[in-house]
Design a protein around this ligand. Structure first.
Ligand SMILES: CC(C)(COP(=O)(O)OP(=O)(O)OC[C@H]1O[C@@H](n2cnc3c(N)ncnc32)[C@H](O)[C@@H]1OP(=O)(O)O)[C@@H](O)C(=O)NCCC(=O)NCCS
Length: 139
């Protein structure tokens, strides 16, 4: 089941976030994000247990995927795909979805390519030595 995350999931949100970025807890605060007018976070729940989430940020007609993560034990079951499709269908007033991904993150790049994203640009050394691939999906 997909639903908006609430503060009761703060601990799990941070546990999952560390799988994306070691510094996640210092970069993202669930309470601020829940109160932000431009951010939304949707969780994927199995028996009320948070096993993945997608964080999006909306500015005018563009939706940015800020983070997407799935618990290692629940991967390769189509959960990230469901989260992506859910956000793409949840906003009437967007015409594109954008994201940036480390050029070496093969899992994520494959996920995005499989779900209709295409590369539009690159930012050299955006992640330290690594380049960011900017991808877009028209909706
Ligand atoms: C990337 C991530 C979100 C994918 O989640 P997931 O639920 O396993 O993805 P899905 O099951 O929807 O996979 C869809 C497609 O993505 C690609 N993919 C997913 N995992 C992959 C892997 N380990 N190797 C290669 N391709 C992979 C495949 O094309 C897959 O389709 P298939 O299973 O039919 O071959 C997950 O691996 C993750 O949380 N990684 C760590 C966090 C991260 O890097 N997030 C993205 C940057 S913010």
């Amino acid at each position: 089941m997909i639903d908006k995350i609430t503060l009761k999931d703060d601990l799990r949100f941070n546990e999952l976030g560390i799988l994306v970025n070691n510094n996640f807890c210092n970069l993202f605060n669930l309470e601020s994000l829940i109160n932000s007018p431009i951010d939304d976070i949707y969780g994927y729940y199995v028996n009320n247990y948070l096993v993945g989430f997608i964080h999006v940020s909306k500015l005018y007609e563009t939706l940015d995927i800020v983070n997407i993560v799935v618990d290692e034990q629940y991967r390769r079951q189509g959960i990230a795909t469901k989260l992506i499709n859910y956000v793409c269908e949840s906003y009437d007033d967007i015409n594109n979805v954008m994201l940036e991904v480390n050029e070496h993150n093969v899992k994520a790049i494959n996920l995005y390519l499989k779900n209709g994203f295409y590369e539009i640009n690159r930012r050299l050394r955006y992640y330290g030595q690594d380049t960011a691939v900017i991808m877009k999906r028209d909706v």
